[in-house]
Write a protein that binds this ligand. Structure first.
Ligand SMILES: Cc1cc2nc3c(=O)[nH]c(=O)nc-3n(C[C@H](O)[C@H](O)[C@H](O)COP(=O)(O)OP(=O)(O)OC[C@H]3O[C@@H](n4cnc5c(N)ncnc54)[C@H](O)[C@@H]3O)c2cc1C
Length: 410
């Protein structure tokens, strides 16, 4: 059996290796259009490669995917983060779990992961063909595939497409032309630009536990928020950008972002917190110290923005002042005008429509012997090792689907 893997990235390598593990007799070839293999793995996680996450419960793990959650929750039962760790550790890659649950190679270098893949391909005799640009693909009458480049035509029994994501239609349109239903790609995981908001002057400031929302949309982000030179970043923003990727694309990245600065939206709860401090710091200035984890600088900014005099003492706080502080702490609002791609990790939402994929085998329901894995699928996760995990899991399923004569009903 001859299997072609299109794309020499994370999903391509994991899939190729598992094709050989499932079926050592299979002839497996990775075809990479550029001269570079595993280039995203190299730069991932700031050069450290956040390979997966400590969360191993399939249902909980799947909650980190704005697109693909339902299907992944089943797939993770077969091959999830536990199996990924076993794969790397059994090949001599020591892993460490960070406090936030992210898992990295102990070497703190993505090269360890690259070396592991290259060594394993060598050991298993996976062929690697770089700089080969496939510009045509056609199904033969026996349902095998003929791939053509400028120079040659290559026949394969099965093709696994692992070309990754790019938020550009041209990157994937050829799949649609082939007859594979696709969802328009758009970026996910980006930071918010706020060119007209003075909060940017506080760049470098972190609020440890906020809640972010967009009026009219049902989801929210939570966690730390970082104020940047451009606007806002940090997990609470990235999570919101991932969940809202498609809606925010439709809004042309112009919208209001609401921030609840203590992660609390309940006004009475915030009021009680303010009253408790008022009792304690009666004679002190309200802007004189930090406020429940918010830095003094940020707290003073918020007091001023609410229209309350920062020089007032807590005992001088009127009911009107109290209400203004409650509003700013629970539903502060910022005008977003544009986005910046997050430098650490950005991914594509959209791609191969999951409805037209057999999720047991990753085979196309419309084009037999054509399989998919990785970011080319309409699957994406938030930051934390979840995007690689989706590539590993879908790669493992595609390998089993293609290399074993696997019947999903057995
Ligand atoms: C800067 C950055 C940092 C990241 N860090 C992390 C992280 O730490 N943890 C995490 O979980 N996720 C991270 N991600 C996301 C993660 O890198 C991707 O989700 C993952 O690489 C997807 O794997 P893939 O194999 O599907 O695609 P890719 O890794 O993009 O590989 C696709 C490959 O296919 C090739 N290709 C494209 N078209 C063709 C074609 N027609 N024929 C042949 N080859 C083709 C490309 O050249 C490429 O080599 C990061 C992303 C970025 C951009």
């Amino acid at each position: 059996m001859k299997i072609a893997i299109l794309g020499g990235g994370a999903a391509g390598f994991y899939t190729a290796i598992h094709c050989k593990l499932f079926n050592p007799e299979a002839e497996v070839t990775i075809i990479e259009k550029s001269q570079k293999l595993l280039s995203k793995v190299k730069v991932s996680g700031g050069g450290r490669c956040n390979v997966t996450n400590v969360e191993s419960d399939p249902l909980k793990l799947s909650k980190h995917y704005p697109r693909g959650e339902r299907l992944l929750s089943k797939a993770f039962r077969e091959h999830g983060s536990k199996e990924t760790r076993e794969f790397f550790e059994s090949r001599g890659v020591d892993l460490v779990v960070q406090e936030d649950g992210c898992i990295f190679p102990k070497s703190q270098s993505s090269q360890t992961i690259i070396d592991c893949f290259l060594n394993e391909c060598k050991r298993l005799n996976v062929r690697i063909n770089t700089g080969l640009n496939i510009n045509g693909m056609k199904q033969n009458t026996d349902h095998s595939w003929c791939l053509s480049s400028k120079e040659e035509q290559l026949d394969f029994d099965k093709v696994i497409v692992c070309i990754g994501g790019l938020p550009k239609w041209e990157h994937m349109q050829w799949l649609q032309d082939l007859g594979q239903p696709m969802i328009t790609p758009c970026p996910s995981l980006f930071t918010f630009n706020m060119p007209n908001e003075s909060i940017r002057e506080l760049m470098g400031t972190v609020a440890p536990q906020v809640l972010t929302r967009i009026p009219g949309l049902k989801y929210h982000g939570h966690g730390p928020l970082l104020i940047t030179h451009w606007g806002m970043s940090g997990p609470a923003i990235l999570m919101l950008s991932a969940k809202g990727a498609r809606d925010l694309f439709d809004k042309n990245y112009r919208f209001i972002c609401n921030v609840s600065w203590l992660g609390i939206t309940n006004e009475d709860e915030i009021k009680n917190k303010i009253l408790a401090l008022q009792k304690e710091l009666f004679k002190r200035k309200i802007g004189g110290a930090s406020f429940y984890g918010l830095s003094t600088r940020l707290w003073r900014y918020l007091i001023e923005k609410s229209g309350v005099d920062v020089e007032k003492t807590w005992e001088q706080l009127s009911n009107k002042d109290l209400n203004r502080l409650v509003v700013i702490l629970t539903q502060d609002a910022y005008q977003v005008e544009g986005k910046t791609t997050f430098k650490e990790e950005f991914v594509t939402a959209g791609g191969v429509d999951l409805q037209h994929i057999n999720f047991k085998t990753m085979e196309s329901k419309t084009l037999p012997n054509l399989f998919f894995a990785g970011e080319v699928l309409d699957i994406d996760g938030i930051t934390g090792g979840f995007n690689f995990q989706a590539a590993w899991t879908t790669g493992w399923l595609a390998a089993r689907g293609a290399a074993v004569n696997f019947s999903p009903n057995v």
